[in-house]
Design a binder for this molecule. Structure first.
Ligand SMILES: Cc1ncc(COP(=O)(O)O)c(C=O)c1O
Length: 379
């Protein structure tokens, strides 16, 4: 049995998304910048997709810029906020994705931007009082960059509240919404979020495509220079079949979102109960085992065992795909900066299981059976 519980790393592409993409890949080969009919046909697909996408976020199509995914979108927002909007201070947190953290660190080194980390509590939740105190210093033009849902420990940021705080103190607000977009409904007219990021592969779309949302009050210059694509903000011939796949994945996710939320939440809580009942001494990182967390992610802190690095391999041998910390850093055995930041017990092995609407109870039962054997707990 193969069990894929690494959906925070990436998700399997929905067959309906493949179905929408294949004809585009096969037939819509014109360059969208060409003025002939094949070019216009490709261009029309991009603009129809942009329009369709904007509707789901209660925003204007002109506020969406297609990118190669979350990393590029995060990079562009932080870099352009500094270069084009005059940001001189970035407030972020130690549990952000490296696409944000490494970019902010580099901007601090090369552009003299002040780099400030907001305090977190022991579960990784942002200390809103500390954030407020930081925002009260309005001598800097500030960008707050805080993720909506954490990819490792499943914390959720109160987006609306943080947006209001930023508004009150004239700060710009970017939220890395890569893990929550298409898992929760986001209304950009209501939320005071100026910039947000999306990667299609986190919600059953294709890899290598996503977008950045930029509130229409702000204008970026291109980070990647070249042609005038994406209204002169992101040069390069567009990934047309990817964009069509992204739009289809967004449509599918929104069609039945509340049902998926409920289904996946139940699955996760089922796994929490089974783990607690099966492995004495088990605990969970952050708030990931609660109903108030990002429902797709569960970070499990196992009792000590002598498997070391072999723990994940042993699961893999049994057909179980999961992740130790963030898969995006896999291969660089530095351990998880997120778990370290919240003071998790690093001597104990932590494994992230992450779910999708395609996950099943049977798969979770299989994982429990394998873990029981690995821990040799009598049945
Ligand atoms: C929170 C978060 N931000 C950004 C990214 C990067 O997105 P992409 O893989 O599309 O570059 C990821 C991917 O794991 C993520 O989880």
């Amino acid at each position: 049995m193969r069990v894929y519980l690494d959906n925070a790393a990436t998700t399997p592409v929905d067959p309906k998304v493949v179905e929408a993409m294949v004809p585009v890949l096969a037939n819509t080969y014109g360059n969208p910048s060409s003025i002939h009919s094949k070019g216009r046909e490709a261009k029309a697909l991009i603009e129809t997709s942009r329009k369709a996408i904007a509707k789901y976020f209660n925003a204007s199509p002109a506020e969406f810029f297609f990118t190669s995914g979350g990393t590029e979108a995060d990079n562009m927002i932080l870099r352009c906020a500094v270069h084009d909007l005059g940001v001189t201070r970035i407030i972020t947190s130690a549990i952000e994705h490296h696409a944000v953290l490494h970019t902010a660190e580099e901007l601090a080194k090369t552009n003299g931007v002040e780099f400030v980390l907001v305090n977190l509590d022991e579960d990784g939740a942002v200390d809103l009082n500390h954030l407020k105190a930081l925002l009260e210093d309005e001598t800097h033009k500030t960008l707050v960059s805080l993720m909506h849902g954490n990819n490792e420990i499943a914390n959720l940021l109160p987006l609306e509240m943080v947006g209001e705080m930023c508004k009150e103190h004239n700060a710009l607000f970017h939220s890395d919404t890569v893990q929550t977009m298409c898992h929760y409904r986001l209304d950009f007219k209501k939320l005071n979020v100026h910039f947000a990021t999306c990667a299609a592969h986190k919600f059953h779309g294709p890899k290598g495509v996503g977008f950045m949302y930029v509130d229409s009050n702000f204008k970026f210059n291109p980070m990647i220079t070249g042609g005038a694509q994406e209204r002169n903000v992101r040069a390069g011939t567009e990934n047309i079949h990817g964009i069509v796949g992204l739009a289809k994945a967004i449509e599918i996710a929104h069609a039945d979102m509340e049902h998926h939320q409920e289904y996946v939440t139940d699955l996760k809580l089922y796994m929490v109960d089974r783990l607690k009942a099966t492995i004495p001494g088990i605990s969970f990182n952050g708030k990931s085992a609660t109903k108030d967390s990002l429902y797709t992610v569960l970070s499990v802190c196992f009792p000590p065992n002598d498997m070391g690095e072999m723990f994940l391999y042993n699961l893999d041998i049994e057909g179980i795909c999961a992740s130790g910390g963030s898969a995006c850093s896999s291969g660089s055995n530095v351990g998880s900066h997120v778990l370290r930041a919240i003071g998790a017990v690093m001597e104990r092995p932590s494994i992230r299981f992450s779910f999708s609407r395609f996950s099943t109870k049977e798969e979770i039962d299989h994982v429990i059976t394998v873990l029981k054997e690995l821990y040799a707990v009598p049945a």
